[in-house]
Design a protein around this ligand. Structure first.
Ligand code: BGC
Length: 352
């Protein structure tokens, strides 16, 4: 059995873009511990007690800043901005003016471009071992987006084994924003095989079909009768290789589902019988994107084991992908004098 520990803070002390990087740890009274770094305002580890009381690290990641810099998969645990997921052709128009973004995913702009928020060293403030606030000011024109954007991401670990993530942003000119957290979870422990035996539940009737460039077609499809129906909990392996066109386009699940639940009700969960750990996801955002690590590149993770295809799953709570180009989707526009606020909660339970 693997003994999981938090990485060593010394291995996160580095200097990037003239700023010092750190590892910050939070603990709660239930024995859960998490580690975060200001490089990408990211979640590095989450040690959660399993059904036998052993601490299991359920988040994929690396043991040092160097590990994150060398990884082929660059989004592990990161705060994604200023626009997560894809924008078709790396272009959008706002008030009649066209903006060109970095095309870092075929012709799409993915996760804010190659030097998105996941690559930035954020300022930080730690409160009482319980909460960390990360700050980043994105200059006007960064990665092609208009407006200087002031962003805060705060992480709190409470005594109910919940990681509460809050995003807040203001701008000095009209712009578009969409934030998410990109933690990959493996409830059997990071590096411990794949997540295909996890039981997944998503409480929604509709998902967003994609075109061949993984851009939403603009429609909402009923999940009924498709591989996307998770209204009754289902082992992830069941239909991940389904011949359905939507599964084939993405090599597995890489799709957004409509979220009509209030923040007080879970939109999704995953459960591993092996560890007895259940993850529930709550969010204010209109969609939840399920990504099953279809393109994980065999990076070697914290416990020295390779992260294989399907080695982790992400529940990315966010606005709909490509919203700036899709009139029917909820607006992602942020104006000066407005405050963007969103919240994601990852709650861990033991089910025996
Ligand atoms: C996207 C995937 C992408 C991955 C990057 C996910 O949020 O939906 O398509 O490959 O991020 O690793």
């Amino acid at each position: 059995m693997t003994t999981y520990k938090l990485p060593h803070p010394k291995d996160f002390e580095s200097k990037l873009h003239g700023k010092n990087t750190h590892l910050i740890t939070l603990t709660n009274r239930a024995g859960m511990q998490i580690a975060l770094t200001d490089y990408g305002a990211r979640l590095v580890s989450a040690l959660v007690p399993d059904k036998n009381g052993n601490l299991i690290d359920v988040v994929l990641g690396f043991n040092s800043i160097q590990g994150y810099l060398e990884a082929k998969e660059v989004y592990h645990g990161a705060s994604i901005g200023r626009f997560c997921n894809r924008i078709a052709n790396g272009k959008f128009a706002l008030d009649g003016k066209e903006y060109s973004l970095d095309q870092n995913n075929g012709t799409n702009c993915l996760h804010g471009g190659a030097t998105g928020f996941h690559t930035r060293v954020w300022d930080r403030q730690v409160s009482f071992n319980k909460q960390v606030d990360f700050y980043y000011v994105s200059p006007d024109g960064e990665e092609g987006f208009p407006g200087e954007l002031k962003t805060t991401v705060s992480y709190e670990l409470n005594n109910e084994n919940e990681i509460i993530i809050k995003f807040r942003a203001t701008t000095n000119a009209p712009t578009v924003v969409n934030f998410t957290n990109h933690a990959y979870f493996n409830l059997n422990g990071e590096g411990n095989g794949d997540v295909l035996n996890h039981v997944v539940w998503i409480n929604t009737d509709e998902f967003l079909p994609l075109n061949e460039n993984q851009i939403p077609t603009g429609d909402l499809y009923p999940v009924e009768g498709t591989a996307f129906d998770f209204r009754t909990p289902k082992v992830l392996a069941t239909e991940i290789n389904s011949p359905e066109e939507q599964i084939q386009i993405a090599n597995g699940y890489d799709h957004s589902f409509a979220n009509k639940q209030p923040i007080s009700e879970p939109i999704a969960s995953a459960y591993s019988k092996e560890s007895g750990i259940e993850l529930q996801v709550f969010s204010t955002e209109p969609s939840i994107h399920l990504y099953t690590g279809n393109f994980l590149h065999e990076d070697e993770g914290k416990s020295g084991r390779k992260y294989l295809r399907y080695g982790g799953l992400c529940f990315e709570a966010q606005h709909y992908p490509d919203s700036p180009n899709q009139e029917k989707f909820p607006s992602v526009r942020l104006n000066p004098n407005e405050v963007f606020e969103s919240e994601i909660r990852y709650k861990f339970n033991i089910k025996k």
